[in-house]
Design a protein around this ligand. Structure first.
Ligand code: PMP
Length: 367
């Protein structure tokens, strides 16, 4: 195993480097005042400082469950396990499925691939097309593995989103094989047009649905969750307890307080979508202006823009870019075997408009 390229890069660059590398939300959009108000309210209650239950505070689980139910996915609080970021949700699942074979998209989320490596899961990559995985290949692979990890909404890194048809097909295959789908959806709320229906809603007994407040609110609270059938969740509790007994109580109470005003949260989500859509459009305009040879698909949501240069090793190029003080993540990082290619993942949400234009100009000068 190696450390994550992205986390290493984040540590090594200084403030003068323009970074399109980390999947960082825009700080400008953090609802600082509202979180401050929520925080001040909870501290009168000494329970906030006490040990808590392993699956997370009931009020918060109730609120998360209610959001699912409202969207047509009937869910009760006992279907929710609060985790320390969805990253921990994935870790718990990887521990549970230790050493098994698992079907994943290629490219896929680097952080998940590292967890799978750490827990000796044997990853089988299936090509991700622009409307979801190649179904024939997925079918073939899933028949063997009976376990899959997919990111159907504005995927990290590719920003691709599954069509309704592919969602149906995946659900059918998982159900026919009586296998398990791990559906990771931290970006599902960050849509520019419409919210997609999760695959899990069609196969509630055969799926783990992972969610997070990192992209919609603030990542530092480290609160995510796993939504699953109660029986399935029970098997995960022993792993959760062994890791950290329970996720940070203070974070959970802050979130719970903040989420009491549903309208405020909805407005906040809309503000993020509007801002990110503008940023994505601007990023595309700048790419078209300065780097017309870079081929990409326009994102429809999420935080990333993915594409490729033909005949250029994007891993070699990034070394030059780092010297010029601009950085992105080369595509080879998102593949199981990491063979160099011309692909690049850009994060467009964290930089200012000025940084976006300047950064793309700097990349052009390195080509
Ligand atoms: N899944 C995916 C696809 C991600 O991109 C990320 C964050 N980069 C995570 C899970 C982890 O998010 P968190 O632990 O902050 O909830």
């Amino acid at each position: 195993m190696k450390r994550s390229f992205i986390r290493e890069i984040l540590e090594s660059i200084d403030e003068t480097t323009i970074s399109f590398a980390g999947g960082l939300p825009s700080e400008k959009l953090f609802p600082v005042e509202d979180i401050k108000t929520a925080t001040m309210k909870i501290f009168d209650n000494p329970k906030v400082f006490q040990y808590g239950v392993s699956n997370g505070i009931a009020e918060l689980r109730e609120k998360i469950a209610a959001r699912y139910t409202k969207e047509g996915f009937p869910t009760r609080k006992d279907n929710i396990l609060i985790t320390t970021g969805s990253q921990q949700g994935m870790y718990i699942l990887a521990k549970y499925f230790e050493s098994k074979d698992i079907t994943i998209e290629e490219p896929s989320y680097l952080g998940a691939m590292n967890i799978f490596r750490l827990n000796h899961l044997n990853m089988k990559g299936v090509e991700l097309e622009n409307n979801g995985v190649n179904i024939e290949k997925f079918n073939e692979s899933f028949k063997e593995t009976k376990l899959a990890y997919l990111i159907p909404d504005f995927q990290n890194p590719s920003a691709r989103t599954y069509s309704d048809e592919k969602r149906e097909q995946i659900a059918r295959i998982v159900s026919e094989e009586d296998g398990i789908l791990i559906e990771d959806s931290p970006y599902s709320e960050l849509f520019f047009d419409k919210k997609n229906t999760s695959i899990s809603v069609k196969i509630p007994k055969n799926s783990f649905h992972l969610g997070s407040f990192s992209k919609t609110l603030v990542p530092s609270l480290r609160i995510g969750w796993i939504r699953a059938d109660e029986k399935l969740l029970q098997s995960l509790m022993i792993i959760k307890e062994s890791i950290d007994l329970h996720s940070c109580g203070i974070s959970q109470y802050i979130l719970n307080e903040y989420l009491k005003d549903e309208e405020k949260y909805e407005k906040h989500l809309q503000d993020i979508r509007d801002d990110y859509e503008k940023k994505a459009n601007f990023f595309c305009e700048q790419l078209d202006k300065y780097l017309p040879e870079f081929k990409y698909e326009k994102p429809k949501g999420g935080m990333f823009l993915y594409g490729s240069f033909e005949g250029i090793d994007s891993f070699a190029l990034v070394q030059k870019c780092i010297e010029k003080k601009v950085v992105y993540v080369p595509g080879n990082q998102f593949y199981i075997d990491k063979v160099p290619n011309g692909e690049i993942r850009f994060n467009y949400t964290h930089s200012t408009f000025e940084q976006i234009e300047k950064g793309i100009q700097l990349i052009k000068s390195c080509l």
